[in-house]
Design a protein. Structure first.
Lengths: 508, 125, 448
């Protein structure tokens, strides 16, 4: 039990904060609104609602409440966040300033097109950057996140095959190491998922893949670089055999940061690839979202892209919002989302791209890969790299062999990292590696930060090997909360605040 | 005298005449960790041998449970809805999952007995 | 380059420590044919903030911001006033640059606001439980149908003619690819339809928007009973969430699943995204609900805390058997929603709703007096459908030239419906002044 010797339970700047519902000041309001002159209700006979049940709070209370909550969060702005495959790079505030320009933030998606030419120009410009960086002829911009982009790409593939009379292709090949969204997406559209094993050195097993190809295979979904942090060196051959078998190549672009500006997925034979703007292009993670997952498409798939689509012609910019209208993808599979896409994230991503330029993006990939390899090189004598590949790409993958017989698990190491002021790396993913630790520093970390991180990891491994398992089990000690009971949370879910029963009832 | 048998996927089945009770073994519950939820089939559902009839979930994983032999579901353990921890605490007793009316009681004989199952676990490790 | 901290010396030291000759060596697994020789020449080189601001500012200046003119566009996205506090708080680095709270010990900030958000959504919708948000209202609507299909084990959804056509289109896309069917009622600007007659024992759910896309407000209690009598679920869609401060919530009308577009609270118009989908349902359907969930628990010291829970529904565990492929939620937009709603509170939120309705009442009364204009709605919250004597899109373009954004032509959101050519959707919120409404009426008088 951690001892707290204060009256309030607070510890200096670390403050305990109740829920807003527990600070209700009935009748209070943090917004001054005029009294409406409302003599008639035109609700069609529907009764006006009696009560919502929201708490009343003044503005200072709200400000303090959320400020205090924010201080319980680790963030890129405060610490290295080496989450593999998440690309936790610096989120520039220029992006925020640009996104908040009234000309971008205060425009309605359905106001006349003549009044939003600049917005459409921005979207078109972003599309140009994405197509050029990937050497792909088309891009669908409406998906709201990576998983949504996967859905978009797979739907386009499905539609293209139906159109060719190949609707009997119902099998999708997915590496065992894939992110869960890949099989979930394929299954959501009714495909059967067939897992491809990995080789001993962490790459897709090309021979196994070839053996699994057949006339009933619709597509392969590959991540490249893969979830083990390695570039699939057989990728050109993979694309070739997949295409030969009449199937499509979907690429999960979550790890694009490793190659952006240096390698173009279109040159590798990819047919569709989603790009996570909130990873590679620095739009903020925001505690879980919003994201944006545009999908670049090959010439074969472009006609099947979803609407809305921004069109640039002699008269200026327009939006094609209906299937079959001029400018819409010729055989569009339909609409994935209302309106036009995550405009707020488009502005941020374009500000980032323009800031870096082609030379800056080249350097981004170079430094991202350099940083990850530096971490791997300086830790591989104390932690076991999962695969014997020599170099990695933008993330270094270790397994837990080094912790064998110590009684300390990957999870314990992660919790101890928290006390040291670092966010843990990705744990237990990819599933194909035991006790996986996937470390992605990104290019926006200095060598000094990496050296501190490396030193810290070395000390934790040493501590683990010196019989201190019990200490590890109690970590973290210095975070706003100790380890939380996730079992209890799942067994008896409490998913909302409810008012306590009135005393009279309790007494019965 | 009831017969108890085991499957390779770590289900146990205890046969009394023409009905059988099915659950997961102690080894299974240890491997899964704290069980937080058990999904059970509807009474009346007919199962073939090897059919998935439910799932058992821990915080970080979900596993399917398979019918060792064919039969019709005649009872499910309602207690598990509110107390999934029974599976951890008493996997072969109060943590039972379903009761089947067996299509063919002799089908059970093809499954592993206690000695064979114990060896199976040892070999897995 | 200002975002890249490594120096030339750093890079040299690090390459040496790695034991490679150069950074290019690290890319050795990339096929030679795919290695670019240098930075792409088709794209410009790096620029400072000043240049980027200039370029993007020029693009922004070509747009007409809603706040700069009399503005009456709705049709699923509404302009409300967001208090200054909201934007300052969501830009705190600990909120803006944090990740999904997978390490709960150091993300209690995110988890606690998600718990508050879930509670607020349940209260607003009158339902028992809500998730930690979806991408937006339209995708949440499609997810609701798929959830109803799972719960009822049926695969036909009845769709009201009053559902926003873009929401309907998203549902159609999922239906086409996932293999369920939609029984669509004809779009009904007059607000009249018989949905109960379409329900049979193959119906998984009836999807109805309230207020409808044409603005009509209905009591759905009878429809809820008709659904339940046949074992179907009632899914209610709310695109203007401020209406929940005045209109009886769907939960009290018998809804089984409620999905909303939450943009109206805390979030700017943003040309259509990012928005925030709200999703609420009954406790008994909890395990079929898609999306993230935040639950209350205790830590090793016995202190109350919060964690993401019931994760086994989700893609990272169930993979191909997941309830949905969704991974991201709408995090920061949900936070903005929570903060704005906390500022409003009971008194403010209900008052805001009444102000919106009052503005629309005034708007309807004044528009009805413009020669040639007919108001179709008997009932509405803050948006109405009017019939014009000319095609609405021409009228809107003419108004735009007079610097008035007068609404959304119904033909903009419906393809191939010539009968709707003269219909216009007009919304009013607390941001509209009397002068705005008068300007719209004067503009219409000139243009019609």
């Amino acid at each position: 039990m951690t001892q707290v010797d204060t009256f309030t339970g607070n510890r200096g700047l670390d403050i305990e904060e109740k829920l807003i519902f527990e600070q209700d000041s009935p009748g209070h309001c943090g917004v001054d609104l005029p009294e409406p002159a409302i003599d008639t209700l035109r609700l069609g006979g529907v009764k006006p609602r009696a009560r919502v049940g929201l708490p009343g709070l003044a503005e200072p209370t709200v400000m303090r409440h959320y400020t205090r909550l924010s201080r319980m969060n680790m963030a890129i702005d405060t610490a290295l966040y080496p989450l593999g495959s998440c690309t936790m790079k610096h989120n520039p505030r220029l992006n925020e300033r640009m996104a908040r320009l009234p000309g971008f933030a205060d425009i309605h998606p359905l106001q006349p097109v003549a009044t939003v030419q600049g917005a459409l120009e921005l979207i078109d410009t972003l599309a140009h950057w994405l197509k050029t960086l990937t050497n792909m002829p088309a891009v669908a911009l409406s998906p709201a996140a990576g998983a949504h982009g996967e859905l978009c790409g797979m739907m386009a593939i499905h539609a293209a095959q139906e159109a060719r009379g190949e609707g009997h292709r119902r099998r999708v090949l997915v590496p065992e190491s894939a992110h869960g969204t890949n099989p979930a997406t394929a299954a959501a559209i009714g495909y059967t998922v067939d897992a491809i094993p990995a080789t001993a050195d962490g790459h897709v097993d090309l021979a196994a893949l070839k053996a699994k190809l057949g006339p009933d295979v619709a597509a392969i979904m590959l991540t490249n670089p893969n979830t083990c942090g390695l570039f699939e060196r057989d990728i050109v051959e993979i694309a070739r055999v997949v295409h030969e078998a009449g199937a499509f190549f979907y690429c999960d672009g979550a790890n694009f940061n490793a190659i952006v500006g240096r390698v173009r997925p279109g040159d590798l034979g990819v047919d569709a690839m989603h790009i996570n703007l909130h990873k590679t292009f620095s739009t903020p993670h925001g505690g879980g979202g919003p994201g944006s997952g545009p999908v670049v498409l090959s010439a074969a798939l472009a006609p099947y892209a979803p609407i809305s689509a921004v069109v640039h012609d002699a008269d200026g910019f327009r939006v094609a919002e209906h299937v079959g209208r001029p400018g819409a993808p010729q055989h569009s599979f339909g609409r994935l989302k209302a309106f036009h896409g995550q405009m707020g994230m488009f502005v941020r991503a374009l500000a980032y791209m323009m800031s870096h330029g082609a030379d800056g993006l080249w350097q981004v990939a170079s430094d991202a890969v350099l940083n990850a390899n530096y971490v791997q090189a300086r830790l591989k004598d104390v932690l076991t790299p999962a695969f014997d590949n020599g170099y990695c790409m933008h993330e270094a993958l270790f397994d837990d062999r080094a912790l064998k017989d110590t009684g300390v698990t990957t999870l314990d190491i992660a919790k101890a990292m928290i006390d040291e002021g670092f966010h843990p790396m990705t744990m237990y993913f990819p599933l194909v590696v035991h006790g996986a630790m996937l470390i992605e520093p990104t290019e926006t970390e200095s060598k000094a930060t990496l050296d501190q991180f490396i030193g810290m990891m070395r000390s934790l491994v040493e501590k683990a090997k010196s019989g201190q398992a019990e200490w590890f089990k109690g970590a973290p000690y210095h975070a706003p909360r100790r380890r939380l009971d996730e079992t209890g949370a799942a067994r008896r879910p409490v998913l909302r605040w409810t008012p306590a029963a009135p005393l009279a009832q309790a007494a019965e | 005298m009831s017969t108890i048998r085991f499957t390779e996927d770590h289900e146990w089945i205890r046969v009394d005449g023409n009905t059988a009770t099915i659950g997961i073994t102690d080894f299974a519950q240890k491997t899964l960790g704290d069980i937080v939820f058990v999904e059970l089939p509807e009474v009346g559902r007919k199962l073939a041998a090897g059919d998935a009839f439910g799932t058992v979930e821990s915080v970080k994983a979900a596993s399917e449970v398979f019918a060792p032999v064919a039969g019709e579901v005649v009872e499910v353990n309602e207690e598990l809805t509110g107390e999934p921890e029974l599976v951890n605490e008493d996997p072969t007793g109060e943590g039972w999952f379903i009761k089947l009316k067996l299509a063919d009681a002799s089908a059970v004989n093809a499954l592993m007995d206690q000695a064979a199952y114990d060896k199976h676990i040892k070999d897995q490790n | 380059m200002r975002y890249l901290p490594l120096t030339g010396d750093d890079r040299r030291e690090m390459i040496a420590a790695i034991g490679a000759g150069s950074v290019d060596d690290l890319f050795r697994d990339v096929p030679q044919s795919a290695r670019l020789p240098g930075p792409l020449t088709e794209l410009p080189p790096h620029q400072g903030e000043l240049e980027v601001e200039r370029a993007l500012g020029a693009m922004a200046a070509k747009n007409v911001p809603a706040g700069s003119v009399p503005f009456f566009c709705g049709a699923g996205a509404y302009r409300h006033h967001v208090p200054a506090t909201v934007d300052y708080l969501i830009q705190r680095g600990e909120f803006l640059t944090s990740y999904t709270p997978y390490q709960p010990e150091v993300t209690q900030g995110t988890l606690q606001y998600l718990f508050e958000f879930q509670t607020q959504v349940a209260l607003l919708t009158g339902m028992e439980v809500a998730n930690a948000s979806m991408y937006d209202g339209s995708t949440a609507c499609a997810e609701a149908i798929m959830m109803a299909n799972r719960v009822t084990r049926r695969s036909r959804a009845v769709i009201s003619g009053g559902l926003h056509p873009q929401y309907r289109d998203v549902c159609r896309t999922h239906a086409d690819f996932t293999g369920f069917t939609l029984d669509e009622a004809v779009p009904n600007p007059d607000g009249v339809e018989d949905l109960a007659g379409r329900i049979d024992d193959q119906t998984s759910c009836v999807v109805v928007q309230n207020p409808s896309v044409f603005g009509h407000v209905h009591d759905l209690s009878a429809l809820a009973e008709a659904c339940h009598a046949k074992g179907a679920l009632l899914v209610v869609v709310v695109t203007e969430v401020v209406s929940l401060g005045l209109v009886t919530p769907p939960g009290e009308m018998g809804a089984d699943i409620v999905v909303c577009e939450g943009q109206s609270i805390g979030n700017a118009l943003n040309f259509g995204g990012p928005y925030v989908g709200l999703f609420a349902t009954r406790e008994k359907f909890l395990r079929q609900m898609p999306g993230r969930l935040c639950g209350q628990t205790v830590d090793a010291d016995g202190k109350r805390g919060y964690v993401l829970t019931l994760s086994t529904r989700e893609q990272h565990i169930k993979r191909e058997k997941a309830t949905s492929n969704i991974c991201t939620n709408s995090g920061l937009c949900a936070l903005a929603f929570t903060i704005h709603l906390s500022l409003l509170g009971e008194a403010g939120f209900t008052k805001l709703a009444r102000i919106n309705h009052a503005k629309a009442v005034t708007l309807a009364a004044k528009l009805a007096k413009v020669p040639g204009v007919a108001v179709l709605n008997d009932s509405f919250f803050n948006e109405i459908t009017i019939r014009l004597p000319k095609p609405a899109d021409q009228v809107i373009d003419a108004l735009a030239k007079r610097r008035i954004l007068g609404g959304v032509p119904v033909s903009r959101i419906y393809a191939n419906r010539p009968a709707f050519a003269d219909l216009l959707l007009v919304a009013a919120t607390e941001t509209n002044t009397e002068a705005d409404i008068d300007a719209l009426c004067a503009g219409l008088s000139e243009v019609l």
